[in-house]
Design a binder for this molecule. Structure first.
Ligand SMILES: Cc1cc2nc3c(=O)[nH]c(=O)nc-3n(C[C@H](O)[C@H](O)[C@H](O)COP(=O)(O)OP(=O)(O)OC[C@H]3O[C@@H](n4cnc5c(N)ncnc54)[C@H](O)[C@@H]3O)c2cc1C
Length: 521
């Protein structure tokens, strides 16, 4: 049996095999020559002190001990060509992992996706960035892989069930992600690597006999006596099945409207909203690593910050070290920001959503919209931003200290947001109470992270798609919708996930529950 050790070493030792072996030899009193193999099981950075340390959990194999590489392989997926069909609407992480799990359980997924495949999507992303044209079916949120495809691919989650998280991470590795994601405390994949992994998942589903239909928007859900019968697509085609996983994400407003119109029970849900702040990455490195220059042994520094301001949580969200701010609108006439990073996180800028938790009472001016009140509140801010910035995909922007001091910035330097910025007093984008909390919050952030509150930081608004503004309620045990039998609300859009990993876990759970209901498990 290998010996497992928890050690804390300098970044230099952590990145040099020979130095690490020497350190472990001394620490474990095993002679250097006896050490056969060292496997890193977990790695995290401790930047709390001036001298940065790397925490490692290692397995140490001495001579004569059997060492076998832990090869991660795909499950044995059966052919489901003639199996019972289950409709999965949405090919985001929830829909794709639901489909894979259905195949594993011997059921045939029919995945229906409004957007294009990963390759086709690229052209539409270019059109948003360069020509300010938003395709309502193919954009940063819609299309194969869902909202996570062109993201940072951060894979950490607050999900407590390590078994579920490890299973998803191992599947991602089996589909081509670097095995490092199993080791890092804060794993990420990167925008450049995600599309191939997603394409391979789709190919596996199809190879087993499942179907994946792109550019097929679902426009109606068919029910009879409160039971699912099937769906109708925008081309007028009907697809019948009595089990339906609805994994359409938090931006599918037309789906929420459809459910509301059909009186399928949904409810308003609070979410968080704010701005996306961009700093030079070198400045964040200096603050977080307490250094003048990061060097090559440490990755571009992330940050995570939370404060209570005016009785509400204000916190960093989806922070992208070495990343870029992206135009994430899903309809013309609105502006939405989010961020992504390539796998090396090697861009010169660091961005993060800085958001405030909303309460249901904030949606009061929109109460006539009932369950859609939060969605309409969100939409109104995105549309206001669009008007203020010049009715294109340009984004309202302001320097951070100027915003805190309520002063329009005289000019905005070029930021990573490709469609461009318009200098705007950001307070105009948000209701007064939110602007006030943001102003106070940034001052507080500046006290905790010295150097964070600076006019070198540029705020872009709004960051508004943090989670779903609607919940599609389901039974806690069967995961079936509370009113419609055979309907499984799933993933972030239904209000049961926040992020790639938790959406994937939720997809698997819905598939398992369907199999259980069919005595397939
Ligand atoms: C730029 C960006 C960066 C992000 N970065 C990260 C990150 O680093 N880490 C992280 O964990 N999360 C990140 N997220 C969030 C993450 O992508 C989502 O939490 C996750 O994708 C939710 O998964 P989902 O499957 O529930 O929904 P989605 O990924 O939203 O997928 C829903 C799918 O349903 C489809 N659909 C919608 N309506 C219909 C319809 N009527 N008919 C057919 N299909 C439909 C959509 O086209 C979409 O493909 C990021 C999001 C964005 C936009």
């Amino acid at each position: 049996m290998p010996q497992e050790l928890l050690i804390q070493v300098t970044p230099e030792i952590a990145s040099n095999d020979s130095l690490l072996k020497d350190f472990i030899s001394k620490k474990s009193h095993i002679p250097f020559a006896e050490l056969q193999h060292i496997v890193i099981l977990k790695r995290s950075i401790d930047a709390r002190q001036k001298a940065i340390k790397i925490n490692l959990k290692v397995a140490v194999y001495t001579k004569g001990e059997l060492f076998q590489e832990n090869k991660i392989e795909l499950p044995d997926y059966p052919s489901v060509v003639n199996a019972q069909e289950v409709i999965v609407v949405g090919a985001g992480p929830a829909g794709l992992f639901a489909a894979l799990q259905l195949v594993e359980l011997g059921l045939k997924p029919i995945v229906v996706e409004r957007g294009k495949d990963v390759k086709g999507r690229r052209r539409d992303l270019k059109a948003i960035n360069r020509d300010h044209i938003v395709n309502e079916d193919s954009n940063y949120c819609f299309g194969e892989g869902g909202a996570g495809t062109y993201s940072d691919g951060k894979l950490y989650t607050r999900s407590k069930k390590r078994g579920d998280v490890t299973r998803i991470l191992e599947l991602l590795v089996a589909f081509g992600a670097t095995p490092d994601i199993l080791v890092e405390a804060h794993p990420h994949i990167g925008t450049n690597k995600l599309p191939q992994i997603i394409q391979d998942i789709r190919e596996k589903i199809i190879a087993c006999g499942g179907k994946v239909l792109f550019e097929t928007r679902v426009t109606d859900i068919l029910t009879k006596n409160n039971e699912i019968e099937g769906i109708v697509t925008q081309a007028g085609e009907t697809i019948l099945a009595n089990k339906l996983i609805l994994a359409t994400g938090h931006s599918a407003r037309d789906v929420f409207e459809l459910l509301d119109r059909k009186k399928i029970f949904i409810e308003a849900k609070a979410f968080a909203l704010g701005v996306r702040a961009e700093h030079p990455q070198s400045l964040i490195d200096q603050i977080q690593y307490n250094c003048d220059f990061r060097g090559e042994l440490l990755p571009p520094a992330p940050y995570s910050i939370v404060k209570q301001v005016g009785g509400r949580g204000m916190y960093s969200f989806c922070m992208c070290p070495g990343g870029v701010i992206a135009p994430c609108a899903t309809s013309p006439g609105e502006v939405v920001t989010n961020g992504w990073s390539p796998s090396k996180r090697d861009q010169a800028t660091a961005n993060s959503g800085i958001v405030i938790e909303l309460k249901l009472e904030d949606f009061k001016p929109f109460e006539k919209f009932g369950a859609l009140a939060g969605m309409e509140f969100q939409k109104s801010i995105e549309q206001k931003a669009w008007h203020l910035a010049g009715e294109s995909q340009k984004v309202p922007a302001q320097r951070m200290i100027d915003f805190v001091q309520n002063k329009v910035s005289s000019e905005i330097p070029k930021t990573s947001y490709v469609p461009g910025t318009t200098s705007v007093e950001m307070g105009q984008v948000f209701p007064g109470f939110l602007s006030q909390i943001l102003r106070e919050g940034f001052s507080e952030f500046g006290k905790s992270m010295k150097g964070y509150l600076t006019n070198e930081a540029i705020l872009h608004a709004p960051e508004s798609r943090t989670s779903s503004p609607v919940r599609i309620p389901r039974d806690g045990l069967t995961l079936e919708h509370l009113q419609i039998k055979g309907l499984y609300p799933c993933g972030e859009g239904a209000g049961y996930a926040g992020g790639i990993i938790s959406a994937a876990i939720d997809g698997e759970k819905c598939a398992l529950m369907i199999a259980k209901s069919l005595n397939k498990q």
